[in-house]
Design a protein around this ligand. Sequence first.
Ligand code: DX5
Ligand code: ZN
Length: 220
Amino acid sequence: MSVKISPSILSADFANMGAAVSKLADWGADWVHCDVMDGIFCPNFTFGPPMIKAIRKHTTLPLDVHLMITKPERYIDKFLEAGADIITFHAEASESVEEIIDTVHRHGKKVGLVLNPNIEVSSISKYIDMVDLVMLMGVYPGFSAQKFIPETMEKISQLKDFIGERAVQIEFDGGVSVDNIAEMEQRGLNIAVSGSFIFGANDPKEAIKALKFASKLVNG
Ligand code: DX5
Ligand code: ZN
């Protein structure tokens, strides 16, 4: 099975978000990656629950909401009510990691922890039996189109070993392109986020196809 593609709308035109999101299913996207930033946890601002609610009307694809905010526990209910299907957050930003995981599960939705490039896989050992997925960052949170940090590639293999037989999926965010997705898949990747590679392409539909094709090459 090829890797799922979750285009990051951080790279879309914010003034035409409805139009951008409504095209994603036809482009072959599997999820829609929504980057929520508060200007404190990371050096940029984006949007909150009202935007999730607004784009929910423009697609039936699962909304993959990546919270780069301090104390995400304050807003989990709001993001769920707005229509989030998958919520990922950074454990170091929260004082209530287990409560967040429980809340998301009580709503029947999926939850995952995110590891910045400098955070060890073993740091989440306490939570690995509770989450549906773990997302590795290939860049530091804040902006699209940053340079991929090559050392993060090896963490996919470490995470895969760490997960073992558990049904925990691996997602990767930051710097994904046709140049590295095949190796990521080989190491155990399940879901690839991609912003600038897709939205910066002349033909985003072809870009998604190219990502899926490159990742499939590994499996033959
Ligand atoms: C980074 C965001 C990413 C980003 C990915 O802070 O979490 O989702 O938009 O963009 P690319 O694929 O361009 O690195
Ligand atoms: Zn993201």
